[in-house]
Design a protein around this ligand. Structure first.
Ligand code: SF4
Length: 191
């Protein structure tokens, strides 16, 4: 662990090479078994609900019906998540060549909505925990990402750089710059 401004980062952000390989994992993080969809910050609930109409054309009839009947979000304040289907797929999943993808992100890239996807999805495989009243950016290693490790090694991309956009979205440019500078200069202050 090392400190970055007011938060804490996992050493793995610097030491782990990582680059998603969708052809190998088939978008497994959108279809993780366990009965829970993507964690949502309370502030994202309204943004996500606003993004539903733009995402519907990319979804299957089944997913559209579930959203219409039950809504796209489950949980309660402080513990919201996207709805999960059959204890597996996020309700916003659609398939392209057998790869699970996010319909909200598809609409975003088509210029149809301003919200890209939940921050927890954007940051994965980093998860945010609370440690010492600070955010702890923790690397979650799962078997489904094993090819991303090999791909990252081949391409020489460290995890923090692969997630530059998501980390900047979450914490701002100043934070990312500080993170990158500390790692590149080997100046991580251990917690
Ligand atoms: S985070 Fe892991 S499971 Fe998700 S797309 Fe990347 S390699 Fe696949």
């Amino acid at each position: 662990m090392f400190t970055i401004l007011d938060n804490i980062a996992d050493e793995a952000l610097a030491t782990t090479k990582f680059a998603c390989d969708l052809g190998a994992c088939k978008g497994a993080c959108c279809t993780m078994p366990g009965g829970r969809g993507a964690p949502l910050d309370d502030a994202e609930v309204e943004l996500l609900n606003d993004a539903i109409p733009a995402s519907l054309p990319y979804l299957s009839e089944r997913n559209r019906a579930i959203i219409a009947a039950k809504g796209a979000i489950e949980g309660r304040p402080g513990d919201y998540a996207t709805r999960c289907i059959n204890r597996r797929d996020c309700v916003f999943v659609y398939y392209e060549n057998e790869v699970a993808k996010c319909a909200i992100e598809k609409a975003y890239f088509n210029g149809e909505v301003a919200f890209r996807k939940p921050l927890s999805c954007h940051l994965f495989p980093i998860r945010i925990d609370q440690v010492f009243d600070a955010d702890y950016l923790r690397y979650e290693q799962i078997d489904e990402c094993s090819e991303a490790l090999a791909n990252g090694e081949r391409k020489g991309i460290p995890l923090y750089r692969f997630l530059k956009e998501a980390i900047t979205r979450a914490y701002g440019e100043k934070f990312y710059k500080e993170l990158a500078t500390r790692i590149e200069k080997g100046q991580q202050k251990k917690v």
